[in-house]
Each structure stands twice: as structure tokens, then as C-alpha cells.
Design a protein around this ligand. Sequence first.
Ligand code: C2E
Ligand code: MG
Ligand code: MG
Ligand code: MG
Length: 282
Amino acid sequence: RAKQDGRGVYRFFEQSLDEAARRRRQIEADLRAAIRTGGLELRFQPIVGTGDAVIRGFEALLRWPHPIEGYIPPTEFIPIAEETGLIVALGEWVLHEACRVAADWPPHIRVAVNVSPLQFRAPGFQAVVLQALARSGIAPTRLEIEITESVFLDGVDAVTDILHKLRAMGVRIALDDFGTGYSSLSYLRSFPFDKLKIDRSFITNIASDESAGAIVKAILDLAGALRMETTAEGVENIEQQSELVSRGCDTLQGYLFSRPIDADAAMALLALKDVALERRVA
Ligand code: C2E
Ligand code: MG
Ligand code: MG
Ligand code: MG
């Protein structure tokens, strides 16, 4: 009996593996079609000054409205795009589209674009960046490339070489999700990042959890000493904002100020010139 039960469980497990594999193949095929037919969208989430909540830039975030399933979150389809190599074409579209949209903004407003490891290391990545800048006409200093430290896993030297070339073009480089990796600190020695983005997991409990607060403080001190700008991710309430004001974080991003919004809504926000997205924190 026990044996039979075991087999039942095994068969169930096998079926769900099949199911998962089938879904991945389906997503891959549908994503390929979406890239070809223009079925992808970008949203833009404001990044604001910590004390004044005035917009300094936007992070471009990819959205995929699947014809049958509705919006599939990037955390589900981006790993599949990475595994299948689709991320290269996908990322190229994101760069072009983000720069094209940013070209309509006032020249002091930046656009941040996430770049996956495979895309970053693909031959021709720098050419794609140059092309996106040239076609849109935006100043290179307005483009900020966000990478995570996972990009370094396949060799620090090759990656720092690309980073230096991008920097030489005038593009800014941000280290995203800082604090979640295994050896964040050593990467700070390999390249002088323009910005550190402190991962949301530390911000969530910044006011209530002493250790989260201490870690954020340490990251901000470190960034200050290395002359890197800082952005706190996932700021959802005034308490977190106040905490980050008093600790000297430069910029904030999160639902407190705005969810990611479409290009028209971003433009409308910018038209309210220099308006603060939240009330000023004393
Ligand atoms: P990320 O780059 O760290 O982006 C920040 C994520 O946090 C976004 O999720 C954003 O919607 C979410 N977020 C912002 N403020 C808040 C908040 O106050 N509370 C909470 N709970 N969440 C907040 P999203 O758009 O689902 O993207 C998830 C991840 O997918 C991104 O994390 C990034 O790693 C990846 N991603 C998104 N777009 C792209 C893209 O164009 N290319 C690549 N390679 N990756 C992308
Ligand atoms: Mg990001
Ligand atoms: Mg992030
Ligand atoms: Mg993140």
C-alpha cells in the first residue's frame, strides 16, 4: 500500500513537472511572438528626491499583456527570457523604447533601464546602447543602466571592462537590489558605481526592525564614502520616508509616491512642473 501511495505521489509529481515544462515552452513561444509583433509595454516609476519628493527620474519596467493570461509578471517571464536567449531581443526593445519615451521629458529627468546578465554580456550590447542614444537623441548622462551583482558571476574582469566602456560613453551605472547578493562589497571595489539601489527587503522594516535600520545606515555611509548616489526601493509609507530623510538617502522610489505608470501618465506628472508627489516631511 505504501508503495502504491509512493508511486501515486511520484506520478503526480511527474505530471506537474510536465505541466511546468509545457507552460515554459508556451511562454517562450508567446514571448517570441510578442517581441515580433510589438506586444510589450513599458511602465515608468518615478524616482524622487528624498526630502522634497520632486521627480528626478523614472525606472522603466517591462510589462507583458499576455493575450490569454493577462499580465504575466516580469519575475516570471524574464528568467525564461534569460534561459532561452530571448532576453537579448527583449532588452534591445526596452532600451530603445525607454530612451524614445525619455526624449520627450525635460533634460534633467533621467531614465533607468534594467539590464540582465546575458544581455549585458552579449556581443553588441554597447552598440545597442549607442544606437538607442543616437536614435532618441537623449544625452548619455540621462541614461542609467541598472545591473545586479549576478552579472559578475561569469567573470569580473570582462564585466568591468564593459562597465568602463559604457561609462566612457557617459552612461551612468547603478547597482540594483543592493544587499541581497552574496558578496556585494567586493564588487564595489571592482567598479565605481554611480548609484546603489538599496533593496526593498531592507526598507520594508527600516522603522520597526533595528537590524534593517542599521544595515541601511551602513549602506548609506558606505555609499557616501565611495561617493555613490543612493536610491531606496519600495518606499510605501511616510515612516519609511522620514527614516530615510534623517539617514541621508538621496532618492526614493516606491508606491508611496507612485506605482509604475504608462508614458502618458508620466508625461502628465512631469507637466505639473517640480510638484512634490507626497507632502514634505518636516
Ligand atoms: P527591480 O529592478 O528591482 O524593480 C523594482 C520592482 O519593485 C518593480 O517590480 C516595481 O514595480 C516594484 N516596486 C516598486 N515600488 C514598490 C513598492 O513600494 N512596493 C512593492 N512591493 N514593490 C515595489 P516589477 O516591475 O514587477 O519588476 C520586477 C523585476 O523584474 C525588476 O526588479 C527587475 O529585476 C525585473 N525587470 C523589470 N523590467 C525589466 C526589464 O525591462 N529588463 C530586465 N532585464 N529586467 C526587468
Ligand atoms: Mg531595477
Ligand atoms: Mg531593484
Ligand atoms: Mg528588485
